[in-house]
Design a protein around this ligand. Structure first.
Ligand SMILES: *Cc1c(COP(=O)(O)O)cnc(C)c1O
Length: 420
């Protein structure tokens, strides 16, 4: 539950002076409030059991699939929650806070001169507001007018293999996507209506034009370049690599591997573009981004999450992720017919993955049915399916959950084992 990231209760209580958060003990739940001088206030009514999901009748799951927004992204860090609770105690100008937080983020990441950042409600919102800012500049008439692009540029160039469900966030501005494949296509596509060239980082391997060449090509033609790098930490260096590569705007999710607030992301880039993005975003009214509200709590929580993420021992984390998958693999491959394979995607979710597959002559269950059985089990386990079996990663697992997954899989395979 809340104590899932190496914090034990004693450490937590020890640090209480400056903190706020939740503690569960002896059947009672306490919420610490800085406003109440750090005193523990018992939670009564909803939440009193310590398991809000159970109280609502919603089943929590063991997440062997990774940082899926559909499953809640990632689990928060207590220190981030504590800082968010502190933020909740005061009123503040949100635009002023955005600028200050962005400055701190740019400093922490040592972004190049002339770069700043804002906290958005996620990478998806960063895409919409970032493009909106490119289209409108700081013109209040244009800002109100979106998604009617009369008088503005109106086209975004994107490689065919880079199209994905998140480009809806670009289309929401009213801009039209112009799909290209080759360098020649790009040259032909560029015209006075071109607002920017968009790159989907996880599709880097699939497109003819790679990340570095894409930004060069854009700038040679005086076009701005945007990169969606939402799920692209680890490695941590990706947080500054694309700014150093020259991308004008870069979007990251805050609530994936960085483990910031679930409804947070970062839009970083050239100062003026970031400022214009903010003008198109909440809290400003009559804007396209007004529906992507980001609160003082998320803004401050994002700064803290980034600080903690940068300090983390990434090598140790990676080792632990491998250890968990090894543990699962060793146990389940004892069942006759079960095989496993390890892999690490080059970019996006660049963490160890384990594919699990089995000989249909020895085990008679389809990958689809196996995934459903795990989901319906107690505890409920979510793994992805692959063409030949199941697919899992371990970076969102909580301590000990790898053992549960190995045990449930072993039982499932044995239950569907064919004699002989
Ligand atoms: C998750 C993701 C997004 C959306 O990010 P949010 O932070 O959830 O808004 C956008 N693009 C890609 C490639 C993603 O993986």
């Amino acid at each position: 539950m809340a104590f899932n990231d190496g914090w034990n209760r004693r450490t937590f209580l020890g640090a209480l002076g400056a903190m706020a958060g939740m503690v569960f003990g002896k059947g009672k739940t306490f919420a610490f409030s800085p406003a109440a001088g750090g005193a523990a206030a018992p939670v009564s009514g909803f939440g009193a059991s310590g398991n809000v999901y159970e109280e609502l009748g919603v089943t929590t799951v063991i997440n062997g699939q990774g940082t899926m927004t559909m499953l809640g992204g990632s689990l928060g860090r207590l220190e981030v929650e504590a800082v968010m609770a502190l933020a909740a105690q005061h009123f503040v100008s949100i635009p002023e806070l955005e600028v200050a937080a962005g400055k701190r983020i740019a400093e922490m990441l040592k972004l190049p001169d002339g770069y700043s950042a804002i906290v958005t409600s996620g990478a998806a919102a960063a895409m919409t507001s970032g493009l909106a800012g490119i289209l409108t500049g700081n013109d209040p008439v244009f800002i109100e007018q979106l998604p009617d692009l009369t008088g503005m540029k109106s086209e975004v160039i994107i490689q065919k293999s880079h199209r994905n469900p998140f480009d809806h966030q670009l289309r929401a501005t009213g801009a039209k996507l112009v799909v290209v494949e080759s360098r020649e296509d790009v040259k032909r596509a560029i015209n006075p209506k071109t607002a920017m060239m968009h790159f989907t980082n996880f599709a880097n391997a699939d497109g003819q034009i790679k990340a570095e060449e894409w930004v060069k090509l854009a700038h040679e033609n005086q076009i701005l370049a945007f990169i969606d790098a939402a799920a692209d930490t680890p490695p941590v260096s990706h947080l500054w690599d694309y700014a150093n590569m020259g991308y004008d705007l870069i979007a990251f999710s805050g609530g994936k591997a960085i483990r910031g607030p679930q409804c947070a992301g970062i839009l970083m880039g050239k100062k003026e573009l970031v400022a214009n993005a903010l003008l198109n975003n909440s809290p400003h009214e009559d804007t396209l981004g007004r529906s992507s509200k980001v609160g003082k709590e998320e803004i401050v929580g994002m700064v803290k999450a980034l600080e903690l993420y940068l300090k983390e021992d990434h090598e140790a984390l990676n080792k632990e992720w491998w250890r968990r998958l090894d543990a699962i693999s060793v146990q389940i491959t004892r069942v006759p017919g079960v095989s496993t394979a390890f892999s690490v995607p080059d970019v996006a979710n660049h963490v160890p993955h384990l594919e699990i597959f089995w000989d249909p002559r020895k085990i008679s269950i389809s990958p689809h049915d196996a995934s459903h059985a795990l989901r319906a089990g107690k505890p409920s386990i979510v793994l992805a399916t692959s063409e030949r079996g199941l697919f899992t990663n371990s970076f969102m697992l909580q301590p000990g959950e790898e053992k549960i997954i190995a045990e449930q899989l072993t039982q499932l395979f044995k239950a569907h084992g064919l004699a002989g």
